[in-house]
Design a protein around this ligand. Structure first.
Ligand code: ADP
Ligand code: MG
Length: 389
């Protein structure tokens, strides 16, 4: 059923069933400890019944969600980093009933080393950035409150024709290299990105390719909220309303999920209303759709959960190490876009295409490496449902 109209939580309190997915390997390997130490007590005090499922391997959560009988669950919540939510979202969109399945309220409790979405949701509540345990407790309260909002998803096409869905970021160059190289410092937790950034700065390099994008038009409908904005309800309200959803299919069809109306085939030129960036030498390209790139990095300070906008940033080659470091330091406060750094460009876009020239390299989606090669992406406004404060 469509989003409700702000029903008061206490008036409709009834048992709701939360599937709580925990990745015991995420971050420093402490996600189960965070559950036992905080979350279990918070959820029982808030009378939110839940079932704990511990993932055993990569893609386990994705398979569980793809096959689940969603009529049994009122929300799917993860305790891990962004990587586990990525699996949940892609699992939902691989289902034959994806259109209803992706309306299942999702929640995130930071238990990984990359907790950017949790940090973004905390940031949208208006509170100053916090990390570690403080962030966990804040997200625990948000979950117990149970307000559900729409969240944008970005459809990403890889060179092989594979399509996947992203909720956070698409990166190439410096940021993608740090995402992947810093995996080996995961024992230091969220500090892995700081360490990775300093290491990469020492061996700064140039990445060549062609970047194109579809800018947000002035006075565009989506900007003015003509696309219905998410009237909030709580996931507690939607208890037992999912009975129509029954997962029966074993083999997901070839292409599930929404149609990408903004993209031309990747072997054809971009449509005429796109902008082709004149530069071909870059230090980084970063497309963000939520505000935080990490717990302490406000990369897209103006982003909101469901504005239907990709915040596209790129840094042109020729920037000095000192200036790049300054940009990352400014990002901790979200002031980097205001520093008027001549090498940094920023645009609000609906879709983009990146064609790297080198045959090898790294591209990350939501912090995880994907197949390298030409990639294009477009936003789907408010496609998912997220539990927010
Ligand atoms: P982090 O922020 O620490 O990277 P993530 O949630 O991103 O945490 O998880 C990292 C990776 O671990 C993800 O790609 C996820 O698919 C994978 N994963 C999930 N469960 C397990 C498991 N039991 N063992 C190993 N890897 C797992
Ligand atoms: Mg991760």
């Amino acid at each position: 059923r469509p989003l409700g109209h702000g029903v008061v939580l206490s008036a409709v309190r009834q048992p709701c069933r939360v599937m709580l997915l925990v990745n015991p390997q995420s971050g420093k390997g402490q996600a189960l400890g965070l559950y036992n130490g905080h979350i279990q007590r918070m959820l029982s005090e808030a009378e939110v019944p839940h079932t704990l499922l511990i993932t055993e391997r990569k893609n386990h959560a994705r398979e569980l969600v793809r096959e689940a009988d969603l009529s049994q669950w009122d929300a799917l919540v993860i305790i891990s980093g962004d990587g586990l939510l990525y699996e949940v979202i892609n699992g939902l969109l691989e289902r034959e009933d994806w259109e209803q399945a992706i309306h299942t309220p999702l929640g995130i409790l930071p238990g990984g080393s990359g907790n950017a979405l949790a940090a973004s949701i905390h940031h949208y509540s208006g509170a100053p950035l916090v990390s570690s345990e403080e962030l966990l407790v804040s997200c625990g309260f948000i979950l117990c409150k149970g307000l559900v909002s729409r969240m944008d998803l970005i459809s990403v096409h890889l060179g092989s024709g594979q399509r996947l869905f992203s909720f956070l970021s698409l990166a190439w160059g410096f940021v993608a290299d740090v995402d992947v190289e810093s995996e080996k410092y995961r024992h230091v937790g969220a500090a892995r990105f700081t360490v990775g950034t300093l290491v990469r700065l020492a061996s700064l390099r140039v990445y060549r390719g062609r970047l194109s994008y579809l800018p947000v038009a002035d006075g565009d409908d989506a900007e003015r909220g003509v696309i219905p904005n998410g009237a909030q309800h709580t996931f507690h309200n939607s208890c037992n309303s999912n009975n129509a959803l029954k997962a029966k299919r074993r083999d997901p069809p070839m292409l599930t999920g929404p149609t990408d109306t903004l993209l031309a085939p990747v072997d054809r030129p971009v449509p005429s209303d796109w902008v082709v960036v004149p530069e071909e030498d870059f230090v980084l390209m970063l497309a963000m759709y939520q505000s935080c790139l990490a717990e302490d990095l406000l990369a897209a300070p103006n982003a909101t959960l469901d504005q239907g906008v990709i915040h596209l940033m790129y840094v042109k080659a020729g920037i000095t190490r000192a200036s790049l470091l300054k940009l990352f330091l400014a990002m901790e406060k979200g002031t980097h876009l205001a520093t008027s750094c001549p090498h940094l460009e920023y645009s609000r876009v609906r879709a983009l295409r990146l064609e790297p020239y080198a045959p090898k390299g790294l591209i990350t989606v939501d912090g995880e490496a994907v197949e390298y090669g030409p990639v294009q992406a477009q936003v789907h406004r408010g496609l998912a449902r997220m539990i927010t404060g």
